[in-house]
Ligand binder design. Structure first.
Ligand code: NOJ
Length: 609
């Protein structure tokens, strides 16, 4: 009987973890092209990822999200998909993918794929059939007739259907001679926008989700989701209306920010599509016994972002929280950072899951954006705050943006500037340079004579092997914080953020009956000593469990909360005694069952006295 109860408890605990894994997952973003090249062609691939899975397991990663691996002409490096069900040749084969998935599962790592629903490639069979008006593809894309305009000589010339601008600059419309109409592309010319007002498109995209879910992937990162819908021409006299001008000084008609995107972004219809996908993913919980995560990519106002979470009656996605990327700079104070954290927690609907993103393949790296002295601090914050943490490959070793000359530039955004100087302000190549594994040629990324993007110059000193060998490193710190992420306090504890001054930030995660966790960040260039006696519930005894590269206090050092010396630019993670368990030093060495046992023994003794 007792055995049965134990088995039942174990079984229900296992299924609970399969259902809840996503709520505190550490998701590691892999940009396949730049992670590891296994076949010496200078381009990362699936087998390279599989080779490195043990590294990710040792680091403590729960899931990997792979940027697109599908068949693509690579005008936007895989975000222009020619076939959603095929693997791009240079990344490997479907058998390589199946192998990756199996290996990952055997190591306890889940695989999340990039789902790119807004657009395909112009080399997709769907687009070719749509251009030929073949049923049912005719309205799969956003097609429109051009407008006629007349110049001062009275000559009539053709204009695109509206003034809409691509996110990567210049007109968002491209004329297709075969069809005799323009098609919309919110990104590069080779990325025609799908038409979500077509039921067939909606069904076709659901089938894409099913294809990969049937293979056993654990969910999706959804690309550019707020661009799914455009204004319905039926409401505007049959045409696509011009967008109003933003009137931001210094911008011209080719610049995306020249317009206010009232007709091409954040349309209300979008949210129901996301909720429908959520329902579809939920159908797999019953068949595969695992929750399928969905994280949506939107750069928009917070009030619009949080709608993706769902409504009172419908579940949605986890909208990526880009506030660490967008709202924290190298000049941000502890007050600013606290405000950024609190803001998301305040606006997030109750019962939903927070998330923290420090980098991705579209944004300058933390060390470049915020300065190398803040790398440990930002990594720690993302890892100890409630909810999902997302790490972009290389952030765990503090990689910084590589230099990519105009001649080596391949990012379409950079190329579209047509300008050997201005390209640098928009090109995303610098954050995509290959992963720095070691000090060998091409940083151990590839054995090819040259790589698709150059490896950053600093790889001889900044690489994973060197950081593993070093006594202190960004990697050791990251790994130590990740190890403590599994503690009950970080998994479930209450959050409190305090800016003690302009430069001192303190984050506590406290759960009654468990050791507390305390993150301390000193943003200043001078050492400071902190007194945390005002934090009444925080137990007094503290032990350093992770010490950043700039910190003098070492791991395992013990001290009390009334006097915590923090070096300049140092990030420290502490474990405290048991919350609510008194202040006795060493209390944290007692596990909860032991505490209960001691209490029980005491009361029995008391009965006999
Ligand atoms: C967002 C992706 O992250 C970016 O890399 C891509 O260029 C655009 N969406 C278009 O798919």
């Amino acid at each position: 009987m007792r055995l049965l109860i134990v088995l039942l408890v174990v079984a229900s605990a296992a299924s609970a973890s399969e259902l809840d894994w996503w709520k505190t997952a550490l998701i590691y973003q892999i940009y396949p092209r730049s992670f590891k090249d296994s076949n010496g062609d200078g381009i990362g691939d699936l087998n390279g990822i599989t080779q490195k899975l043990p590294y990710l397991q040792q680091t403590g990663v729960d899931a990997v999200w792979l940027s697109p691996i599908y068949k693509s002409p690579m005008y936007d490096f895989g975000y222009d998909i020619a076939d959603y069900r095929e693997i791009q040749d240079e990344y490997g084969t479907m058998a390589d993918f199946d192998n990756l998935l199996n290996e990952a599962k055997s190591l306890g790592i889940r695989v999340v794929l990039d789902f790119v629903p807004n657009h395909t490639s112009n080399e997709s069979a769907w687009f070719e059939r749509s251009a030929a008006r073949a049923a049912p593809y005719g309205d799969y894309y956003v097609w429109a007739d051009g407008r006629n305009a007349t110049d001062e000589n009275g000559t009539v010339y053709a204009m695109p259907p509206s003034n809409w601008v691509s996110n990567f600059r210049k007109s968002a419309w491209e004329y297709h001679p075969g069809r005799g109409q323009y098609y919309l592309h919110q990104f590069v010319i080779g990325q025609p926008d799908l038409n979500y007002r077509s039921d067939s498109v909606q069904e076709a995209m659901k089938d894409v989700l099913r294809f990969w879910l049937d293979k056993g992937v654990s969910g999706f990162r959804v690309d550019a989701v707020n661009k799914l819908y455009e204004a319905d021409p039926n409401n505007y006299g049959g045409v696509y209306p011009d967008e109003p001008l933003s009137e931001i000084p210094g911008l011209g008609p080719d610049d995306y920010e020249y317009l206010i995107h009232v007709y091409t972004e954040n349309l209300n219809e979008t949210y129901d599509v996301v909720y429908d996908w959520r329902d579809l993913l939920d159908e797999y919980i019953a068949t595969q016994g695992e929750y399928k995560i969905m994280m949506t990519e939107t750069y928009a106002d917070l009030s619009l972002m949080i709608k993706y979470y769902g409504t009172k009656t419908r579940n949605g996605s986890i909208p990526f929280n880009f506030s660490f990327l967008e709202d924290i700079t190298m000049n941000s104070t502890a007050w600013d950072i606290k405000t950024v954290i609190d803001r998301w927690m305040t606006y997030m609907p109750s019962g939903r899951v927070a998330n923290w993103v420090n980098g991705n393949h579209d944004k300058s790296r933390v060390g470049t954006r915020q300065g190398v002295d803040r790398i440990d601090a930002m990594n720690m914050l993302a890892l100890i705050l409630p909810g999902v943490a997302v790490t972009y490959q290389g952030e765990e070793i503090g990689m910084v943006d590589g230099y990519v000359s105009w001649n080596d530039t391949v990012d379409p955004w950079g190329c579209n500037t047509d300008d050997p100087v201005a390209y640098a302000s928009v090109s995303r190549d610098p954050e995509r340079t290959p992963y720095q594994w070691d000090g060998s040629a091409h940083a151990g990324f590839s054995t090819a004579a040259s790589t698709w993007l150059p490896v950053a110059d600093n790889y001889l000193t900044l690489n994973l092997a060197a950081q593993i060998a070093a006594q202190k490193s960004h990697y050791h710190f990251y790994k130590d914080v990740v190890a403590n992420r599994k503690s009950p306090a970080i998994q479930e504890g209450d959050l409190d953020t305090k800016a003690l001054s302009e430069s001192l930030l303190v984050v506590t995660r406290l759960l009654p009956g468990e050791a507390g966790m305390l993150g301390v960040v000193n943003l200043a260039a001078e050492a400071q000593t902190i007194d945390l006696t005002s934090l009444k519930i925080l137990p007094s005894d503290l032990e350093v469990v992770a010490s950043g590269v700039n910190c003098a206090l070492e791991k395992n050092a013990t001290l009390t909360k009334s006097s915590i010396p923090v070096s300049a630019h140092c990030a420290l993670l502490f474990r405290s005694g048991i919350v609510g368990g008194g202040n006795a030093a060493g209390a944290h060495y007692l596990s909860l069952p032991l505490v209960l046992l001691v209490v029980a023994t005491y009361s029995i003794t008391a009965c006999f006295s």
